[in-house]
Ligand binder design. Structure first.
Ligand SMILES: Nc1ncnc2c1ncn2[C@@H]1O[C@H](COP(=O)(O)OP(=O)(O)OP(=O)(O)O)[C@@H](O)[C@H]1O
Ligand SMILES: [Mg+2]
Length: 358
Protein backbone atom coordinates (compact mmCIF):
# COMPACT_ATOMS: atom_id res chain seq x y z
CA UNK A 1 0.00 0.00 0.00
CA UNK A 2 2.80 2.45 0.73
CA UNK A 3 5.76 3.43 -1.36
CA UNK A 4 8.48 3.02 1.26
CA UNK A 5 10.60 6.05 0.53
CA UNK A 6 14.08 6.84 1.76
CA UNK A 7 14.50 10.13 3.61
CA UNK A 8 17.75 12.03 3.90
CA UNK A 9 18.55 15.17 5.84
CA UNK A 10 21.75 16.85 4.71
CA UNK A 11 23.43 19.63 6.69
CA UNK A 12 20.01 20.76 7.80
CA UNK A 13 19.88 23.97 9.83
CA UNK A 14 17.05 26.15 11.08
CA UNK A 15 17.70 29.49 12.74
CA UNK A 16 14.71 31.38 14.07
CA UNK A 17 14.82 35.13 14.57
CA UNK A 18 12.69 36.17 17.54
CA UNK A 19 10.70 39.42 17.63
CA UNK A 20 13.50 40.86 19.77
CA UNK A 21 15.86 40.03 16.90
CA UNK A 22 17.69 37.27 18.79
CA UNK A 23 18.84 34.32 16.72
CA UNK A 24 17.86 30.86 17.93
CA UNK A 25 19.60 27.92 16.25
CA UNK A 26 16.85 25.33 16.72
CA UNK A 27 18.45 22.76 14.42
CA UNK A 28 22.19 22.86 13.89
CA UNK A 29 23.60 21.18 10.80
CA UNK A 30 22.16 17.70 11.19
CA UNK A 31 22.67 14.73 8.87
CA UNK A 32 20.38 11.72 9.02
CA UNK A 33 19.24 8.86 6.79
CA UNK A 34 15.95 7.05 7.27
CA UNK A 35 15.90 3.89 5.19
CA UNK A 36 12.75 2.81 3.32
CA UNK A 37 10.22 1.33 5.74
CA UNK A 38 12.24 2.23 8.83
CA UNK A 39 10.71 3.56 12.05
CA UNK A 40 12.94 6.28 13.48
CA UNK A 41 12.39 8.18 16.73
CA UNK A 42 13.79 11.63 17.42
CA UNK A 43 14.39 11.73 21.16
CA UNK A 44 15.77 14.46 23.36
CA UNK A 45 14.98 16.97 26.09
CA UNK A 46 12.58 19.86 25.66
CA UNK A 47 13.85 22.48 23.23
CA UNK A 48 16.45 20.26 21.51
CA UNK A 49 14.90 20.76 18.05
CA UNK A 50 12.73 17.67 17.52
CA UNK A 51 9.54 19.43 16.47
CA UNK A 52 11.44 21.89 14.28
CA UNK A 53 13.10 18.99 12.46
CA UNK A 54 9.75 17.30 11.92
CA UNK A 55 8.09 20.52 10.77
CA UNK A 56 10.83 21.03 8.20
CA UNK A 57 10.18 17.48 6.97
CA UNK A 58 6.46 18.23 6.69
CA UNK A 59 7.02 21.59 5.02
CA UNK A 60 5.61 23.75 7.83
CA UNK A 61 9.05 25.36 8.23
CA UNK A 62 11.53 26.19 5.51
CA UNK A 63 15.15 25.34 6.42
CA UNK A 64 17.68 28.15 6.81
CA UNK A 65 20.12 25.90 4.96
CA UNK A 66 20.57 22.28 3.97
CA UNK A 67 18.60 19.71 2.02
CA UNK A 68 15.75 17.28 2.65
CA UNK A 69 15.48 14.38 0.25
CA UNK A 70 12.30 12.32 0.14
CA UNK A 71 12.98 9.60 -2.38
CA UNK A 72 15.12 11.30 -5.02
CA UNK A 73 13.62 14.73 -4.67
CA UNK A 74 14.98 17.65 -2.64
CA UNK A 75 11.78 18.94 -1.06
CA UNK A 76 13.34 21.47 1.34
CA UNK A 77 11.59 24.45 -0.23
CA UNK A 78 8.28 22.85 -1.24
CA UNK A 79 4.97 23.58 0.48
CA UNK A 80 3.41 20.75 2.56
CA UNK A 81 0.92 19.74 -0.13
CA UNK A 82 3.74 19.28 -2.67
CA UNK A 83 5.57 16.63 -0.67
CA UNK A 84 4.78 13.02 0.00
CA UNK A 85 4.30 13.22 3.79
CA UNK A 86 1.39 12.84 6.20
CA UNK A 87 1.42 13.95 9.81
CA UNK A 88 -0.20 12.74 13.03
CA UNK A 89 -0.52 15.49 15.62
CA UNK A 90 -0.37 15.48 19.41
CA UNK A 91 -3.85 17.01 19.74
CA UNK A 92 -5.37 14.72 17.02
CA UNK A 93 -6.54 17.79 15.05
CA UNK A 94 -9.80 16.13 13.97
CA UNK A 95 -12.71 18.16 12.62
CA UNK A 96 -15.13 18.23 15.58
CA UNK A 97 -18.33 18.50 13.53
CA UNK A 98 -17.49 15.64 11.14
CA UNK A 99 -17.98 11.98 11.95
CA UNK A 100 -15.13 9.48 11.79
CA UNK A 101 -15.88 8.48 8.23
CA UNK A 102 -15.82 12.07 6.95
CA UNK A 103 -12.72 12.94 8.96
CA UNK A 104 -10.86 10.07 7.36
CA UNK A 105 -12.28 10.73 3.87
CA UNK A 106 -11.49 14.45 3.98
CA UNK A 107 -8.08 14.36 2.25
CA UNK A 108 -9.34 12.10 -0.51
CA UNK A 109 -12.35 14.37 -1.13
CA UNK A 110 -9.95 17.29 -1.55
CA UNK A 111 -8.21 15.23 -4.22
CA UNK A 112 -11.62 14.89 -5.92
CA UNK A 113 -11.38 11.12 -6.17
CA UNK A 114 -14.47 9.20 -7.32
CA UNK A 115 -16.91 8.48 -4.50
CA UNK A 116 -16.63 4.72 -4.92
CA UNK A 117 -12.85 4.79 -4.53
CA UNK A 118 -13.10 6.99 -1.44
CA UNK A 119 -15.61 4.60 0.06
CA UNK A 120 -13.50 1.53 -0.52
CA UNK A 121 -10.32 3.14 0.81
CA UNK A 122 -12.01 4.46 3.95
CA UNK A 123 -13.60 1.07 4.57
CA UNK A 124 -10.24 -0.61 4.20
CA UNK A 125 -8.55 1.73 6.70
CA UNK A 126 -11.44 1.45 9.17
CA UNK A 127 -11.01 -2.30 9.03
CA UNK A 128 -7.23 -2.08 9.45
CA UNK A 129 -7.70 0.13 12.50
CA UNK A 130 -10.57 -2.02 13.83
CA UNK A 131 -12.79 1.07 13.85
CA UNK A 132 -15.66 -0.11 11.63
CA UNK A 133 -18.16 0.37 14.45
CA UNK A 134 -17.14 3.99 14.99
CA UNK A 135 -17.69 5.34 11.48
CA UNK A 136 -20.74 7.41 12.39
CA UNK A 137 -19.46 8.88 15.66
CA UNK A 138 -18.10 12.39 16.04
CA UNK A 139 -14.82 13.00 17.93
CA UNK A 140 -16.51 14.19 21.16
CA UNK A 141 -18.19 10.79 21.43
CA UNK A 142 -14.90 8.92 21.59
CA UNK A 143 -12.02 8.37 24.03
CA UNK A 144 -8.61 9.97 23.48
CA UNK A 145 -7.17 6.68 22.25
CA UNK A 146 -10.00 6.20 19.74
CA UNK A 147 -9.58 9.75 18.48
CA UNK A 148 -5.88 9.18 18.05
CA UNK A 149 -6.64 6.06 16.02
CA UNK A 150 -8.84 8.14 13.72
CA UNK A 151 -6.06 10.65 13.39
CA UNK A 152 -3.65 7.86 12.45
CA UNK A 153 -6.18 6.48 9.95
CA UNK A 154 -6.54 9.92 8.41
CA UNK A 155 -2.79 10.09 7.85
CA UNK A 156 -2.48 6.51 6.58
CA UNK A 157 -5.25 6.84 4.02
CA UNK A 158 -3.25 9.37 2.05
CA UNK A 159 -0.83 6.55 1.18
CA UNK A 160 2.09 8.91 1.49
CA UNK A 161 5.71 7.85 1.33
CA UNK A 162 6.52 9.11 4.82
CA UNK A 163 4.52 9.28 8.03
CA UNK A 164 5.41 11.93 10.62
CA UNK A 165 4.36 11.86 14.27
CA UNK A 166 4.79 14.65 16.83
CA UNK A 167 4.27 13.22 20.33
CA UNK A 168 0.97 11.60 19.29
CA UNK A 169 0.43 9.79 22.58
CA UNK A 170 1.30 12.43 25.13
CA UNK A 171 -2.35 13.31 25.86
CA UNK A 172 -3.23 9.74 26.78
CA UNK A 173 -2.97 8.04 30.17
CA UNK A 174 -0.07 5.67 30.81
CA UNK A 175 -1.88 2.43 30.08
CA UNK A 176 -3.51 3.61 26.90
CA UNK A 177 -0.21 5.07 25.76
CA UNK A 178 1.37 1.65 26.06
CA UNK A 179 -1.47 0.04 24.15
CA UNK A 180 -1.44 2.67 21.37
CA UNK A 181 2.33 2.38 21.09
CA UNK A 182 1.97 -1.30 20.25
CA UNK A 183 -0.88 -0.54 17.82
CA UNK A 184 1.15 2.08 16.00
CA UNK A 185 4.11 -0.25 15.68
CA UNK A 186 1.95 -3.11 14.46
CA UNK A 187 0.18 -1.02 11.85
CA UNK A 188 3.40 0.63 10.71
CA UNK A 189 4.97 -2.81 10.21
CA UNK A 190 1.88 -4.02 8.36
CA UNK A 191 1.79 -1.00 6.07
CA UNK A 192 5.58 -0.72 5.84
CA UNK A 193 5.63 3.07 5.64
CA UNK A 194 8.82 4.99 6.52
CA UNK A 195 8.06 6.77 9.79
CA UNK A 196 9.62 9.53 11.84
CA UNK A 197 8.32 9.89 15.36
CA UNK A 198 9.10 12.65 17.84
CA UNK A 199 8.96 11.96 21.54
CA UNK A 200 10.69 12.88 24.75
CA UNK A 201 9.63 9.59 26.34
CA UNK A 202 12.62 7.27 26.21
CA UNK A 203 10.61 4.11 26.79
CA UNK A 204 8.35 5.00 23.90
CA UNK A 205 11.38 5.50 21.68
CA UNK A 206 12.90 2.19 22.77
CA UNK A 207 9.63 0.31 22.26
CA UNK A 208 8.89 1.68 18.81
CA UNK A 209 12.07 2.29 16.92
CA UNK A 210 14.32 0.53 14.52
CA UNK A 211 16.63 3.47 15.07
CA UNK A 212 16.77 6.10 17.81
CA UNK A 213 18.21 9.57 17.20
CA UNK A 214 19.34 11.35 20.37
CA UNK A 215 19.32 15.12 20.02
CA UNK A 216 20.65 17.91 22.23
CA UNK A 217 20.83 21.65 21.55
CA UNK A 218 19.80 21.23 17.90
CA UNK A 219 22.50 18.63 17.24
CA UNK A 220 22.49 14.86 16.89
CA UNK A 221 24.43 13.16 19.67
CA UNK A 222 23.99 9.56 18.55
CA UNK A 223 22.05 7.41 16.09
CA UNK A 224 21.63 3.72 16.80
CA UNK A 225 19.33 0.81 17.52
CA UNK A 226 17.65 0.93 20.94
CA UNK A 227 20.16 -1.69 22.10
CA UNK A 228 23.19 0.29 20.90
CA UNK A 229 21.93 3.48 22.47
CA UNK A 230 21.26 1.78 25.80
CA UNK A 231 24.33 -0.40 26.00
CA UNK A 232 26.85 1.72 24.14
CA UNK A 233 26.05 5.40 24.57
CA UNK A 234 28.80 7.59 23.15
CA UNK A 235 28.80 10.08 25.98
CA UNK A 236 27.52 10.91 29.42
CA UNK A 237 24.55 12.88 28.09
CA UNK A 238 23.20 9.91 26.11
CA UNK A 239 23.95 7.49 28.96
CA UNK A 240 22.02 9.61 31.44
CA UNK A 241 19.19 10.41 29.06
CA UNK A 242 18.36 6.77 28.34
CA UNK A 243 17.57 4.93 31.53
CA UNK A 244 19.68 5.22 34.63
CA UNK A 245 23.45 5.14 34.50
CA UNK A 246 26.41 5.12 36.83
CA UNK A 247 29.26 7.15 35.38
CA UNK A 248 32.51 6.14 37.06
CA UNK A 249 36.22 6.88 36.73
CA UNK A 250 38.85 4.35 35.79
CA UNK A 251 42.24 4.06 34.16
CA UNK A 252 43.30 1.90 31.24
CA UNK A 253 46.34 -0.03 32.46
CA UNK A 254 46.86 -2.61 29.73
CA UNK A 255 45.60 -4.40 26.64
CA UNK A 256 44.56 -7.98 26.11
CA UNK A 257 43.68 -8.83 22.52
CA UNK A 258 40.73 -6.66 21.56
CA UNK A 259 40.01 -5.84 25.18
CA UNK A 260 41.55 -3.43 27.65
CA UNK A 261 42.37 -3.81 31.31
CA UNK A 262 40.55 -1.19 33.30
CA UNK A 263 41.67 -0.26 36.80
CA UNK A 264 38.70 0.74 38.94
CA UNK A 265 40.06 1.89 42.28
CA UNK A 266 42.47 -1.03 42.46
CA UNK A 267 40.22 -3.70 40.94
CA UNK A 268 41.16 -4.73 37.41
CA UNK A 269 38.39 -5.50 34.91
CA UNK A 270 38.95 -6.85 31.41
CA UNK A 271 36.46 -5.12 29.18
CA UNK A 272 35.70 -4.14 25.60
CA UNK A 273 37.75 -1.31 24.26
CA UNK A 274 36.28 1.86 22.78
CA UNK A 275 38.12 3.60 19.96
CA UNK A 276 40.50 6.42 20.72
CA UNK A 277 41.77 5.35 24.13
CA UNK A 278 45.39 4.50 24.95
CA UNK A 279 47.04 2.61 27.79
CA UNK A 280 47.74 4.99 30.66
CA UNK A 281 44.67 7.09 30.00
CA UNK A 282 42.06 8.00 32.58
CA UNK A 283 38.55 7.38 31.29
CA UNK A 284 34.93 7.64 32.26
CA UNK A 285 32.84 4.52 31.93
CA UNK A 286 29.22 3.55 32.38
CA UNK A 287 27.62 0.71 34.29
CA UNK A 288 23.84 0.30 34.39
CA UNK A 289 22.25 -0.33 37.80
CA UNK A 290 21.26 -3.86 36.78
CA UNK A 291 24.85 -4.77 35.81
CA UNK A 292 26.23 -5.29 39.30
CA UNK A 293 26.65 -8.68 40.89
CA UNK A 294 25.54 -8.61 44.49
CA UNK A 295 27.23 -10.78 47.07
CA UNK A 296 30.61 -10.65 45.27
CA UNK A 297 33.48 -8.99 47.06
CA UNK A 298 35.24 -6.54 44.70
CA UNK A 299 33.66 -3.61 46.51
CA UNK A 300 31.94 -3.09 49.83
CA UNK A 301 30.02 0.01 50.85
CA UNK A 302 27.27 1.11 53.23
CA UNK A 303 23.74 1.22 51.84
CA UNK A 304 22.20 4.71 51.82
CA UNK A 305 18.92 3.73 50.16
CA UNK A 306 17.05 0.45 49.99
CA UNK A 307 13.64 0.39 48.31
CA UNK A 308 11.44 -2.48 47.19
CA UNK A 309 10.03 -1.63 43.74
CA UNK A 310 8.10 -4.79 42.94
CA UNK A 311 9.97 -6.08 39.91
CA UNK A 312 13.32 -5.14 41.42
CA UNK A 313 15.00 -3.82 44.54
CA UNK A 314 16.78 -0.48 44.36
CA UNK A 315 19.89 0.26 46.35
CA UNK A 316 22.16 3.23 46.62
CA UNK A 317 25.59 2.93 48.16
CA UNK A 318 28.25 5.54 48.69
CA UNK A 319 31.74 4.72 47.53
CA UNK A 320 34.73 6.75 46.31
CA UNK A 321 32.74 9.93 46.89
CA UNK A 322 30.02 8.83 44.47
CA UNK A 323 26.56 7.42 44.77
CA UNK A 324 26.24 4.06 43.01
CA UNK A 325 22.77 3.07 41.86
CA UNK A 326 22.37 -0.67 42.01
CA UNK A 327 19.27 -2.66 41.22
CA UNK A 328 18.62 -6.31 41.82
CA UNK A 329 15.75 -8.23 40.33
CA UNK A 330 13.40 -9.72 42.83
CA UNK A 331 13.11 -13.45 43.08
CA UNK A 332 11.30 -14.39 46.23
CA UNK A 333 13.20 -15.46 49.35
CA UNK A 334 16.11 -13.12 48.66
CA UNK A 335 17.53 -11.30 51.67
CA UNK A 336 17.39 -7.53 51.31
CA UNK A 337 20.01 -5.29 52.83
CA UNK A 338 18.78 -2.39 54.91
CA UNK A 339 20.11 1.15 55.07
CA UNK A 340 23.31 1.34 57.12
CA UNK A 341 24.39 -2.25 56.48
CA UNK A 342 27.18 -3.08 54.02
CA UNK A 343 26.53 -4.24 50.48
CA UNK A 344 29.21 -6.29 48.72
CA UNK A 345 29.25 -6.27 44.95
CA UNK A 346 31.26 -6.43 41.77
CA UNK A 347 30.59 -5.25 38.24
CA UNK A 348 29.83 -7.45 35.29
CA UNK A 349 32.86 -6.79 33.02
CA UNK A 350 30.71 -7.40 29.92
CA UNK A 351 28.46 -4.54 30.95
CA UNK A 352 31.19 -1.98 31.45
CA UNK A 353 31.14 0.55 28.63
CA UNK A 354 33.95 3.08 28.31
CA UNK A 355 32.64 6.45 27.07
CA UNK A 356 34.20 8.24 24.14
CA UNK A 357 36.29 11.31 24.78
CA UNK A 358 34.24 14.52 24.68
N1 LIG B 1 9.00 30.16 15.95
C1 LIG B 1 10.06 30.15 16.76
N2 LIG B 1 10.71 31.32 17.02
C2 LIG B 1 11.79 31.34 17.83
N3 LIG B 1 12.30 30.25 18.43
C3 LIG B 1 11.69 29.07 18.21
C4 LIG B 1 10.53 28.96 17.37
N4 LIG B 1 10.14 27.68 17.35
C5 LIG B 1 11.02 26.99 18.15
N5 LIG B 1 11.94 27.83 18.66
C6 LIG B 1 13.07 27.46 19.53
O1 LIG B 1 13.82 26.44 18.90
C7 LIG B 1 14.27 25.47 19.82
C8 LIG B 1 13.78 24.10 19.41
O2 LIG B 1 12.36 24.05 19.53
P1 LIG B 1 11.52 22.73 19.21
O3 LIG B 1 10.09 23.08 19.30
O4 LIG B 1 11.99 22.14 17.94
O5 LIG B 1 11.93 21.78 20.44
P2 LIG B 1 11.42 20.33 20.83
O6 LIG B 1 12.63 19.45 20.86
O7 LIG B 1 10.29 19.92 19.98
O8 LIG B 1 10.94 20.54 22.35
P3 LIG B 1 9.66 19.93 23.16
O9 LIG B 1 10.09 18.57 23.64
O10 LIG B 1 9.51 20.89 24.29
O11 LIG B 1 8.48 19.91 22.24
C9 LIG B 1 13.78 25.93 21.18
O12 LIG B 1 14.82 26.61 21.82
C10 LIG B 1 12.63 26.86 20.84
O13 LIG B 1 12.47 27.85 21.83
MG1 LIG C 1 8.22 19.51 20.36
Amino acid sequence: MSKKLKVELKNLTKTFVTNKNDQVKAVDNINLTINPGEFVCLLGPSGCGKTTTLRMLAGFEIPTSGEIFIGDENVANLTPDKRDTAMVFQNYALFPHMNVYDNIAYGLKLQKLPKSEIQSRVDKILKLMKMEDFAKRVPSEMSGGQQQRVSLARALIMESGVLLFDEPLSNLDAKLRLHMRDEIRKIQKQVGISSIYVTHDQEEAMGLSDKVVIMKDGMIMQVGSPREIYQKPVNEFVAQFIGRANILDGKIVGKKGDNVLLDVHGVIYETEKTTGHEVGESVKFMVRPESFKLGETDFKAPVTKSVFMGSHHEYEVELFGKIFEISENNPMRKVTIEVGADLSFSMDPNSIHILEKE
